[in-house]
Write a protein that binds this ligand. Sequence first.
Ligand code: ATP
Ligand code: MG
Length: 562
Amino acid sequence: MSDDQTSEEELASDFIRNVVRDDLAVGRTETVVTRFPPEPNGHLHIGHAKSICLNFGIAADFGGRCHLRFDDTNPAKEEQEFIDAIKKDVHWLGFDWNQHLYHASDYFEQLYDWAEHLIDKGLAYVDDLSADEIREYRGTLTEPGKPSPYRDRTAEENLVIFRRMRAGVFEEGSHVLRAKIDMASGNINLRDPVLYRIVHASHPRTGDAWHIYPTYDFAHGQSDAIEGVTHSVCTLEFEDHRPLYDWLIDNLPTPSKPRQYEFSRLNLTHTVLSKRRLIQLVTEGHVSGWDDPRLPTIAGLRRRGIPAAAIRDFAGRIGVTKSDAVIELELLEHCVRQLLNKTAERRMAVLDPVKVVIENYPEGQSEELEAINNPEDPDCDKRMVPFSRELYIEREDFMEDPPKKFFRLAPGREVRLRYAYFLTCREAIKNDIGEIIELRCSYDPETRGGSAPDGRKVKATLHWVSAEHAATAEIRSYSHLFTRPNPGAENDVIDDINPDSLMVMKGCQLEPSLVGFEPGQTVQFERLGYFCSDPEGTANKPVFNRTLGLRDTWAKIQKKGE
Ligand code: ATP
Ligand code: MG
């Protein structure tokens, strides 16, 4: 794939798509059905986006369909807020499940019937051991497990107790339903895995109807089978569960026989993609919420100004394999810059302003200068930018005593103001403590539009805003949330948090067209980077998040690796 080609332009190929292609070719599959099965116990992150792009992408590539199914089997941890946020995020990423929205809880009655079916066949039993005892009896990788004293209850006895479990007679932890498979199996997942546990918690959808809830292992494959999922794609940690997945499908009268395939999960440098970790960051207040722009959550990335199309491009580039890899965050940033360079409109903003007074520009006068909204887009609109006697420029664009390679403004030095005139600095005015508070300058009226009739050149072009017309804004600038590329690898992950990951700049000056920008709209501030309007901003006080700087470090990293 050439560097500037997005993966969306070509049909992806990977080992899972190859399986699908073969299944279609030999007629094992007629219509491809995949699903994305989030547990609504947190918000989605970019790792989930990989899975979403894969599942919905396969369905789209092969003319099938992809279901959104909430794996809502643990009411103690799951909330409606998360269900709503997940739906919003999947849509925002550009995918649609159409009418195929499901919940594992839709199947609770069917799953329960199948549990009784297993009991009838002598393939499941109620165990009264405690969780700790069950763990102890399970054995280890090198030692076989030993059977529970309750393993040989009769089907009749199991049924009676199981029904009473359902009715809410017992305390949590007093009984579980287990599959009766093989306590000596080399695969620990087959040593009589738990199928149902007692939970006395209100469920977001089924309320207080249930006192027992199926485990992931029991709910997942059966839900796939009920929905006619053909290819159940999940991450590698479920590889060892596959024999159990198949055992259950083989021993139950399911309406279809789905198959499970595993791929490696996404890991990214300088961040964490474990839901447990993300929950910790949010609940302990290390970030402002699930949509903190420093988080790798979909909500955080969106608020940061990262477009959905860049995430899809990223997912395409990282591909789908079975080998564990850590992807450099710079690759994601590269995808974002490539896209925003083409699509983001340009504006001018001054983050750290110093005032410029143009002594030979008439007081009280102003004019409008034409500026191009996006030089990368030949059809783009133009806009008018006001210019007047007093401007702001970036403080770092002036040096009183510049070193050799500094070509920007300095006393006696002429530069170009973007879309405007040549400007020459006459004098820097300082306050009592020696800080520069104002630059007295002159301009050349003959250079309107940015070139001199006599052909003289300048070495720098600066961005600026007209002081009288500017809007004062707050800008939030972000860097890595974690100082180390692999947070938590050497110590507690919380100790790796970067204390300087958020920098708030107040008093930034924006050109007037930036006022009233829709929240979520991303622009390029000329020479500075990409910025996204934040929902906390108002017309009086716009707030922008810095998405990324302009410099791309990905190419450098790749070269280093060659
Ligand atoms: P939990 O530890 O709570 O199970 P989870 O991240 O696995 O967390 P789920 O809601 O179960 O969360 O995930 C939904 C789907 O997203 C699963 O199929 C899972 O395999 C996939 N997924 C989760 N994290 C990643 C990741 N980092 N890369 C790729 N896929 C992922
Ligand atoms: Mg999971």
